[in-house]
Design a protein around this ligand. Sequence first.
Ligand code: IMP
Length: 420
Amino acid sequence: MVVGAQWGDEGKGKIVDLLAQQSDVVCRYQGGPNAGHTIIVDGQTFKIRQTPSGVISGRVSVIGAGCVLDPEVFLTEVDELAERGVDTSVIVLSGNAHLIMPWHVAIDQASERRLGNLQIGTTRRGIGPAYADKASRIGIRVQDLLDPKILRQKIAVALAEKNVWLEKVYEVEPFELEAVSSMYVAFAERLAPFVADTSLLVDRALREGKDVLFEGAQGTLLDLDHGTYPFVTSSNPIASGAATGIGIGPTRIDRVLGVAKAYVTRVGEGPLPSEIEGADQDRVRTLGKEFGTVTGRERRCGWLDLVALRYAVRVNGITSLALTKLDVLSAFSEVPVCVRYRLRDGTETGDFPPHQSDFHHAEPVWQVLPGWSEPLEEAGSLAGLPPNARAYVEFVADQLEVPIELVGVGAAREHVLAGT
Ligand code: IMP
């Protein structure tokens, strides 16, 4: 199981791609096209949003029941992958996954506009409204596409309500039943071959002793229940979300690899206690190319936050870590790390504050580690890292009491270092 240990964008795609080489099945269990996983193979860059990263390596690629699917985004992605020679027949899609409908996107956009200063900063892909309808039990699922009569009926029922909201509350254009129905009927024809009983498929693979990899999207602090609510996504990226999102028991997950950047980034609104002050933030952003894969937005950058990472270790049951983008820090003579938070009452804590106001006002307590200036790309293995870079990695592992298994020092597959 590979899970984002921060606010998303930790470089999970690359790690999943690497681990996919030793896996038979790769599964996405939550989220939708709000994700943007970048994978670079043989100099070719793939940016995928709906499909598990394992597709690039030809692994069976499962989109589980806990995901939300935008058929247009998905089919465009499938076509683009096929054009570039990727075998898309390995993709399987749960009939229980919910569909993102055009009104979800329209409502996401309109509601963010309406919130103004209070906006969440969503990716505006309709994620929240689609999950809200799922919870309200008025969502439309992939399996509904397989019966045109039911599909039309469900679209009609939804539109009767959504159009009122769109016109009267958000003052935007309503949708027409005929147009939406015929668009989704056309999608249905193309989606039908991908639909399968994904819970059964994964269970069988596990029983046969195959290696199954679960690919989290977004990150721990964007988790709907355990993240920095309300500045979160609408699903459960944390490790246990894989069991619900795929339909397997939690006892089937035996290893949880947390992926964290060697620093932190956040897109969208919400507090970021270790945010870097001054020009260094721009330096990290430029060196780390910290601009959103999906939205192109600038990511806010901070030094590594061990309080938040310790929390991620806890809520995911992380058994080892991958630390990505260590090379970005090579430009700094000193590297601060947030080791504790100072709370409003002056006390210090190493544990993530359970109350949002404490978190919103938390001040970082820094420990400054010496930097390194040697390039890392040629290190070859963890043991080959320059001494100060190695000391940085060891410091993080000691503080978290979790081994660091992999370290990313560049964009390509071969730039992920392993071994001691
Ligand atoms: P939503 O998932 O589009 O509803 O957005 C909710 C919050 O999650 C916003 O702060 C987004 O910026 C953030 N978010 C969603 N997906 C990603 C991702 O893949 N990486 C980083 N942040 C994300």
